[in-house]
Write a protein that binds this ligand. Structure first.
Ligand SMILES: *Cc1c(COP(=O)(O)O)cnc(C)c1O
Length: 392
């Protein structure tokens, strides 16, 4: 195999070729899993000069380099820092930018643990957070203060799937010298090119689609200049590093991310459209649906949708929701998503919305559509909705 040149390849080719070179791996297709803390040198002079590429396991190994190099190719930023979970990627991105006395604008529809990090940890460190309505675009300017250092976006929103006008927000934030941080876990860099849309620090929970098999916790932050140096320094100061097997699993997941996402997308849309035709379903929250309020922004900025969306049922008691979900054969009842398997959770977003209106009339359920035969999933949901109607 010839070495990869400088030619521009498509994303699927990048997913297959990035971060590996068989000539560096004794000819094997995949880079080896290197377990190591200590690096040794033959002489004191070599040690003092820190000769060679590696100095200490926490500061980088061939395995962490393979994964971060591959992710940097896919993200198109200037630096990638790996973190041991998605939540540490969130805190790493925020702590890379914010200092005591700073003000943060946080989208109201953010992943709940991110909200708790802001209201607890960041508050204790002297950083103030204000929440804003995800429907705001350039009008975010009105909420900015002289000390607003960062605007955080997550699009579509956690649990409720509102699409944000990220380029308009980025324009307003940059005009005031603030950084734009995005949680891009839902779309992944394949379906939303965060840096191309003005995002300075883009983070993902690799636990979801990157790993893709519900067997690894990992996260990462990708930064463009001028935030690359701050990201690198904060990552080092916090001493963050990932286990070699987890990094290997993430890199292995990356190779098939494109084909898996395409399947999740197709099946997810198929199920979402079918749900829209059901009398028990009041509303389906999926930006890929033509009548979704976020559809025009999604169509403008995204190149795809993953398999995660939500639905609002017609009004009914919680026991009916239990009848619906308890009897499902193919959907596990579990948090997280992005693996090969289908999942469902009932949820109530009311207590975690403080700056936007969220008042569904019926119970809400989030679905993750996995890689099973879509007809089987629809049949399982159909029986579930019949149980729901019977229990109402
Ligand atoms: C799951 C998730 C995270 C956190 O990832 P972990 O690996 O579970 O810590 C962060 N953001 C979003 C949007 C998520 O869905």
């Amino acid at each position: 195999m010839a070495r990869r040149g400088d030619r521009n390849y498509g994303t699927l080719t990048d997913l297959v070729t990035a971060g590996r070179d068989p000539e560096d791996s004794y000819g094997f297709v995949n880079p080896p899993v290197v377990r190591g803390s200590t690096v040794v040198w033959p002489t004191v002079a070599d040690m003092k000069a820190a000769r060679g590429r590696y100095t200490y396991g926490r500061r980088g190994t061939p395995t962490s380099d393979a994964l971060s190099d591959a992710l940097q190719t896919i993200e198109g930023g200037d630096h990638v820092a790996l973190a041991p979970s998605g939540v540490t990627a969130v805190s790493l991105a925020l702590l890379s930018v914010l200092s005591a006395g700073d003000h943060l604008l946080m989208v109201d529809t953010v992943y709940d643990p991110t909200r708790r990090f802001c209201d607890g940890f960041l508050k204790r460190m002297g950083i103030e957070t204000d929440y804003y309505d995800p429907a705001l675009g350039a009008d975010i300017s009105a909420h900015m203060r002289p000390n607003t250092r960062a605007v955080f976006v997550e699009s579509p929103g956690s649990l409720t799937f509102e699409v944000q006008d990220v380029p308009a927000i980025a324009g307003a934030a940059h005009a005031r010298g603030a950084a734009v941080i995005m949680d891009n876990t839902w779309a992944t860099p394949l379906y939303f090119r965060a840096h191309d849309h003005g995002v300075d620090l883009s983070l993902s929970a690799g636990t979801k689609y990157l790993g893709g098999h519900a067997d690894v916790l990992i996260g990462y932050v990708s930064a463009t200049q001028p935030y690359a140096a701050a990201l690198k320094a904060t990552h080092g100061a916090l001493g963050l590093c990932c286990g070699p097997d987890d990094m290997f699993l993430a890199l292995r997941g990356l190779r098939t991310l494109g084909v898996r996402l395409a399947h999740h997308q197709a099946s997810g849309l198929r199920v979402a459209r079918w749900l829209q035709s059901r009398p028990e379903v009041a509303r389906v929250m999926h930006p890929g649906l033509e009548n979704d309020p976020g559809h025009h922004l999604w169509k403008r900025d995204f190149s795809g949708a993953c398999g995660l969306f939500a639905l609002e049922l017609t009004p009914g008691p919680f026991e009916a929701v239990e009848a619906f979900l308890d009897g499902l054969e193919l959907f596990g009842l579990g948090y997280s998503w992005g693996g090969y398997e289908s999942l469902a959770i009932p949820y109530d977003a009311t207590p975690i919305r403080t700056a936007s209106r969220w008042a569904p009339k019926g119970p809400t359920v989030r679905l993750h559509i996995g890689l099973e035969d879509v007809e089987d999933l629809i049949a399982d949901l159909e029986a579930g909705l019949e149980r729901y109607a019977a229990a109402c």
